[in-house]
Ligand binder design. Structure first.
Ligand SMILES: *Cc1c(COP(=O)(O)O)cnc(C)c1O
Length: 534
């Protein structure tokens, strides 16, 4: 492992529940990355933003619609580094105060904050993923340009800059600007930046890759003095943050084997891009695995007893939050993803008569959670439907609003099975399934994201359907729903009720086969061996 520091840039960090700097999977991954780097003493520092209000807390109104709220947060444990750097946004100089924390191990996290009286009224570091193009670009200037300048001002000797997602790509542009200013030619300068930079891409959905009109870059100042021709050479027109990051990095990675295939296919027509490796995500075991299971016990009865206690804890949390008393003898399904179209949170309800038999026959209970992005109308309607289902099946369907790390941990420890049914191959990885697997919670999942790498059907969990992708979305939804019912009715439910010894052996196998392969330490080691290599 090299000794030069890796500077890891990310828009969000999920380190502990009350530290509200995260929205979802990207932040949880970044938090787990820092903790694992600490555990194996890897030379990493994190760079992010100190969000005043963070991401929506999202509650459900009595009529079943989502309501977004953003209280202010304070973090007295943050240390003042005494460093303030400045960036230019819309021609105005904006000061970025640099905070530091080592609360989560000796891997420091530096956080930029523009909440200063000298910056005027407009606060760019209030809402994580809030606002439109202008606000997003301002935030990305702060993370990228501000973050790069902060590390310099702190005197950090950085060997590799790691952009976790394209949000930080303006750090690459700032490095490029410095090189060009010192007299290096534009194309040689790009090579110099590439030699210091790596990139992780996360979204297999073309529309999910952020693009901005070149005019918006010029107007906000994200262009850093480059001409439209130069900007287009880096990131196309409109400016694609993923393409720019691929062109400014020496190597990139996707977050699962299958996601690597998808990403390579998606970007193969773009010129001058770095190669895209596959490095599958991992989760930080001490954060996510129940204490009683951390030692990976191989005795089925021990695992079952530990699981039963976690299931009780989940049932208790559900009762506290919703008043619903779930029956502990009923097979409990956990489902939690960001509520958005392709993750199909409502697929289980495709055939209402069929699922009704399972729910009313006390074969199945389901706890859902997951927020919708405030502007994702389709996502909000998925939640509305889940809330409606919880009213139609009050004893067996629950929707828990305000998905966060507490709910995430309780669900992936206490459910009996973990359901995941995205439209293949649109799920990049899906780390919550890894948390479940390490807790002996059996995955029942479409063969998407990380699951094809782990799934031994009927041994450590189950696949829904196979690896084929039907021609149309309608056909895919129809077939996946049929396969979902089939696997529950013919395999999962009979095993749970009629063959508990086999169920318990499967739990042991789930823990045994996944705990090492999908832990964050393995991921960080892979980063050092494969991604950070010169
Ligand atoms: C683990 C976790 C995630 C990531 O889950 P995915 O499987 O990627 O959807 C997101 N949010 C919270 C709160 C989590 O605990």
């Amino acid at each position: 492992m090299g000794t030069k520091t890796v500077a890891y840039f990310c828009m969000e960090y999920g380190l502990e529940n009350s530290f509200k700097l995260y929205s979802g999977g990207l932040g949880i991954l970044a938090g787990d990355m820092l903790k694992a780097a600490h555990d194996i003493k890897a030379p990493v520092v994190g760079v992010g933003i100190k969000w005043l209000r963070g991401y929506t807390e999202q509650v459900i109104s009595p009529d079943g619609t989502t309501v977004d709220c953003y209280p202010e947060h304070e973090y007295p444990f943050l240390e003042d580094t005494g460093v303030t750097v400045s960036v230019k946004i819309k021609g105005q100089r904006i000061g970025c105060k640099v905070w530091k924390t080592t609360k989560f191990g000796n891997v420091p996290l530096y956080l930029l904050d523009t909440n200063l009286p000298t910056n005027g009224e407009r606060l760019y570091t209030a809402f994580l993923y809030g606002g439109g193009t202008e606000e997003r670009l301002a935030q990305e200037i702060i993370l990228g340009v501000g973050g790069y300048k902060a590390l310099k001002a702190l005197g950090m000797d950085v060997g590799t800059y790691h952009f976790n997602e394209g949000h930080a790509v303006f750090a690459g542009l700032e490095m490029l600007r410095e090189e060009v200013e010192s007299g290096v030619g534009f194309k040689d300068a790009i090579e110099k930046v590439r030699s210091r930079t790596v990139f992780t891409t996360h979204t297999p959905i073309p529309a999910g890759n952020e693009k901005h009109p070149l005019e918006a870059l010029l107007y906000t100042g994200a262009s850093l003095g480059f001409t439209t021709d130069q900007l287009s050479y880096i990131g196309n027109t409109p400016f694609n943050m993923t393409v720019a990051a691929l062109r400014l990095s020496r190597r990139a990675n996707a977050v699962a084997e299958l996601h690597g295939e998808t990403a390579r296919e998606m970007w193969k027509h773009e010129q001058r891009c770095s190669e895209i490796l596959s490095i599958t995500n991992g989760v930080h075991r001490r954060t996510w695995v129940a204490e009683s299971l951390l030692s990976e016990p191989s005795d089925p009865e021990k695992v079952w007893a530990a699981h039963s206690a976690e299931k009780q804890a989940l049932i208790h949390l559900v009762e506290q939050r919703t008043g619903v008393k779930l029956d502990p003898s009923v097979l409990l399904v956990g489902f939690s993803r960001r509520a958005t179209g392709y993750k199909r949170g409502n697929l289980l309800f495709s055939d209402l008569e069929r699922v009704k038999k399972l729910l009313n026959g006390k074969k199945l209970a389901v706890v859902f959670s997951g927020k919708a992005h405030p502007r994702d109308l389709q996502g909000r309607s998925v939640i509305a439907e889940l809330v409606k289902m919880s009213k139609a099946f009050p004893e067996s369907v629950v929707y828990l609003p305000g998905y966060d790390m507490v709910i995430g941990a309780a669900l992936t420890r206490g459910a009996d099975v973990w359901l995941n049914n995205p439209r293949r191959p649109l799920e990049a990885c899906g780390t919550s399934g890894m948390k479940a697997a390490m807790n002996g919670v059996l995955n029942v999942s479409i063969l998407d994201g990380w699951w094809p790498e782990a799934c031994q059907h009927g041994e450590n969990g189950w696949a829904i359907g196979d690896e084929s992708v039907p021609a149309s979305v309608e056909e895919q939804d129809r077939l996946d729903a049929l396969n979902l019912y089939q696997v529950f009715e013919q395999e999962v439910i009979p095993t749970y009720y009629d063959d508990k010894p086999r169920w318990k052996r499967m739990m042991v196998e789930s823990i045994r086969s996944c705990s090492k392969q999908f832990c964050a330490e393995r991921m960080v080691r892979d980063y050092f061996e494969k991604l950070y290599r010169a």
